[in-house]
Design a protein around this ligand. Structure first.
Ligand SMILES: [Zn+2]
Length: 623
C-alpha cells in the first residue's frame, strides 16, 4: 500500500455534546435577535435560501434564519463564545412559541449540534462565495465584508443620532491553532512599528520572505503559515494589560467607530463640535495579521453610508458618505495612494498623527518651507520651526503653551487658493498675500485687521513670488492632513480617536474576550462570520448605555449644580482666609492676590424670588 493514501481515523468513544446548558431567551432578547436578522430583509433571506439550496433537501432541517437568530442570541449574551455548542444550546433552550416563530419544531438534543453545525457551514460557505439580491431595484452583492458591515449597521436603531465622522483602529485576534512551525518570523506588509519607514520595511520584508521560502509552508499570499490554522499569519501588536508587545499569530480587525462631527472654520485655535453621538461600531474588516491595513480600512470607509436622520440603515447602503476620519500612526504611515489619497478623492478628510519620518523637513519648492507636512512661508521665524511633539508626560500648562506656538505658526502657512483642478493641481497663496500677516517692511494690499504685525529680516522686500501652483505630488508629500498638525484645532479633532478604545475594551475584556479561547473556528471566512455577531452584540450594549446616559441627563445636571455650588463655596472660603491673614499680618510687604472665584451661576448674589430654593450651604468636597 502506498504511503500517500490518507486513511480515515477510527471512531473514538466520547461523551455526547451537551447542548442543554443555556437558559430560555427572554421575549425581549428573542425579539431583539429576530429584529436584527429580519432587518436583512426578505430579499436577502430568499437569496440565501437559494444559495444554500434550502427546502430542496431533507425536510425538517433547521431553517437558515433560525440558525442566524441562534448565533445572534448567543452573541447578545455577555461573556459568550463563538462555539457551535453554545449556538445549538440556544435553539434547544427556546420555548415552543419561539421555535414556532422561527418556523421549526423542537430538535432532539442529540441531533441539535450536528444540524446547527451543518447549516452554519453552508451559510458561511455561501457568504464566502458571494451571491446577489435585489432590493427596490438596486442590486446588492453579498460577501463576508458586506456581512460584517450589515450586522454592525443593522444593530443601530433608527432614532439614534448619527454622524459622518469615524475613528478607526485595529485590534488583534490570536488564532486558536497550535504552532506547527518553530521560529516564526514576521513577514507582514505593515511595518512592525510606526517608526520604521515604509522603504526600510520593504527591504527587510524581501529578505525575510526569501529566507522563509522552502523552509515553512507558504499561503497563497506568499506568507508563512506557522500554526495548524492555515488562515492565520504572523502579526505585530503593542502591549496592553493582557500581553506584552511583540509577535502573535492570527488576525487583525479594523473597527470604524462613530464619533461626533466637527467643523473647522480656518482658525487654528478653534474647532466646533457637532452634537454628541453614541460611539457605536459602524463597520468592520477582518484580515490576516500583518496584512496591508490600507487595503482593508480604506475600502471599508469608502463603502460606508450614513442613513438620513431618523432612518435606520438599509442593507443596500442608502445614505451619504463619510466626511472625516481620525486614525493613528498605524494607518497614517501608509503611502498616500493607499490611504489618504483615495479618502480625499471621496471627500473624506483625514486627521492623523505624524510619524517621525513624516515630520522631516523636505524642500519641495523654492518659495515654500515644509514643516510637519504642510507648506509654510520661508520667512517663518526660527523659534517656530522645529517644535517638539506633545509628550505623554507633559503637564497641562506645557501642552497649552506648545499648542499656542503651533497656533502662532499656523499664521505663516500657505493656504489653498480655490479647489484643486481636475488634474489635481492646486494653487497656494502666501500668508501675506492672504492677509493673515502684516509686515512692516513690505508693500502690502489688504490685510485682516486682526493680522499681527511682524518684521521680516533686513533686505527682504518681497514675501513671495506670487501665487504658487503645486503639482498633485505635493499632496503626497503633505500626506494631506485636514488640519495643521498639533494646533489646538488638530488636538481637539484628534482627541476623540481614543473613543475607539471603548469598543476595543468591550471586545477584549468587558463584554467578550476575543482571545485564543473565544472560538475554535479556523480560517478568515469562519471568523468573519462569527465576529459580525459579536459586533452586533457590542453595539446593542453601547446603545443601551447611551440610552441610560440620556435618561440620566436631569439627574446629572442636578449633581453638576450641586458640585459647582460646593466648589464656589470652597473658593470663597479660601479667599476669605487669605484676606483675613493678610490683614492680621500687616507687616508683610509681599502682596498676594486673592484667588478669584470662577464664574458660576451660584456664586453670583441672587435675588430671592418667591418659590425659589435658597442655595445650599457649601459642604466640603469629598475626595
Ligand atoms: Zn506673498
Amino acid at each position: 500500500m502506498s504511503d500517500s493514501v490518507k486513511l480515515p481515523k477510527a471512531p473514538r468513544r466520547r461523551a455526547p455534546i451537551d447542548v442543554t446548558q443555556e437558559r430560555q431567551p427572554t421575549d425581549a432578547e428573542f425579539a431583539d435577535a429576530c429584529d436584527l436578522i429580519d432587518w436583512l430583509g426578505p430579499e436577502f433571506h430568499a437569496a440565501l435560501r437559494e444559495a444554500i439550496g434550502e427546502g430542496k433537501g431533507r425536510p425538517g432541517s433547521v431553517p437558515a434564519r433560525a440558525v442566524l437568530v441562534a448565533w445572534t442570541l448567543n452573541a447578545f449574551q455577555e461573556g459568550s463564545r463563538a462555539e457551535h455548542t453554545d449556538v445549538a444550546s440556544q435553539i434547544v433552550a427556546c420555548s415552543d412559541t419561539q421555535l414556532a416563530a422561527l418556523g421549526m419544531s423542537r430538535l432532539p438534543p442529540h441531533r441539535a449540534y450536528a444540524r446547527i453545525w451543518d447549516k452554519t457551514t453552508r451559510i458561511h460557505e455561501a457568504l464566502e462565495e458571494g451571491f446577489d439580491f435585489a432590493i427596490k431595484g438596486s442590486k446588492v452583492h453579498v460577501d463576508l465584508d458586506w456581512w460584517c458591515d450589515a450586522l454592525a449597521q443593522g444593530s443601530i436603531p433608527a432614532d439614534l443620532p448619527r454622524s459622518r465622522t469615524r475613528a478607526v483602529d485595529g485590534t488583534d485576534w490570536e488564532t486558536c491553532g497550535t504552532f506547527v512551525q518553530p521560529d516564526a518570523e514576521y513577514d507582514g506588509a505593515t511595518p512592525p512599528d510606526t517608526d520604521t519607514p515604509l522603504e526600510e520595511h520593504a527591504k527587510t520584508l524581501a529578505k525575510t520572505r526569501a529566507r522563509l521560502k522552502g523552509r515553512v509552508p507558504l499561503g497563497p499570499d506568499g506568507r508563512g503559515i506557522y500554526t495548524n490554522d492555515s488562515g492565520a499569519r504572523a502579526g505585530h501588536r503593542s502591549a496592553n494589560n493582557q500581553h506584552n508587545a511583540g509577535m502573535y499569530n492570527g488576525y487583525e480587525g479594523h473597527l470604524s467607530v462613530q464619533t461626533r462631527d466637527f467643523t473647522y472654520r480656518g482658525r487654528p485655535g478653534e474647532l466646533t463640535f457637532g452634537p454628541e453621538v453614541p460611539n457605536v461600531i459602524t463597520a468592520l474588516r477582518l484580515t490576516e495579521a500583518g496584512a496591508h491595513r490600507g487595503h482593508a480600512a480604506v475600502p471599508m470607509l469608502l463603502a460606508e453610508r450614513v442613513p438620513d436622520a431618523g432612518q435606520r440603515a438599509t442593507p443596500d447602503r442608502a445614505g451619504t458618505s463619510l466626511s472625516a476620519v481620525v486614525w493613528d500612526r498605524g494607518y497614517s504611515l501608509l503611502a498616500y495612494e493607499n490611504a489618504h489619497g483615495p479618502l480625499w478623492m471621496a471627500g473624506i478628510q483625514p486627521t492623523f498623527d505624524l510619524t517621525t519620518a513624516q515630520r522631516e523637513q523636505i524642500q519641495v519648492m523654492v518659495d515654500i518651507d515644509w514643516l510637519d507636512g504642510a507648506p509654510f512661508s520661508k520667512h517663518t521665524p526660527s523659534h517656530l520651526r522645529d517644535l517638539p511633539r506633545e509628550g505623554r508626560n507633559d503637564t497641562w500648562d506645557e501642552r497649552v503653551r506648545l499648542r499656542s506656538l503651533y497656533d502662532e505658526r499656523a499664521r505663516w502657512r500657505f493656504s489653498h487658493h480655490g479647489l484643486p483642478d481636475a488634474d489635481g493641481f492646486v494653487r497656494l497663496i502666501c500668508p501675506f498675500h492672504a492677509g493673515r500677516l502684516r509686515a512692516t517692511n513690505l508693500p502690502q494690499g489688504k490685510a485682516s485687521k486682526s493680522a499681527p504685525l511682524v518684521t521680516l529680516p533686513d533686505g527682504v522686500d518681497k514675501c513671495c513670488s506670487g501665487i504658487v501652483t503645486a503639482a498633485p505630488e505635493f499632496l503626497k508629500l503633505a500626506q494631506a492632513q485636514a488640519l495643521l498638525f498639533q494646533t489646538t484645532a488638530w488636538t481637539m479633532a484628534y482627541g476623540p480617536r481614543v473613543l475607539v478604545e471603548t469598543g476595543n475594551s468591550l471586545i477584549k475584556d468587558k463584554y467578550a474576550t476575543l482571545n485564543r479561547a473565544y472560538t475554535k473556528l479556523m480560517g478568515l471566512a469562519k471568523r468573519k462570520f462569527a465576529l459580525a455577531f459579536l459586533i452586533a452584540g457590542i453595539n446593542r450594549r453601547i446603545v443601551r448605555a447611551w440610552r441610560a446616559k440620556q435618561a440620566d441627563e436631569p439627574g446629572h445636571r442636578r449633581r453638576l449644580r450641586k458640585f459647582e455650588a460646593t466648589r464656589a463655596g470652597l473658593v470663597a472660603r479660601s479667599s476669605a482666609e487669605v484676606e483675613c491673614s493678610a490683614s492680621t499680618n500687616a507687616t508683610t510687604t509681599t502682596h498676594r492676590s486673592a484667588p478669584t472665584a470662577p464664574p458660576s451661576r451660584v456664586a453670583k448674589p441672587q435675588r430671592s424670588r418667591p418659590g425659589t430654593r435658597r442655595p445650599r450651604t457649601p459642604s466640603p468636597l469629598r475626595t
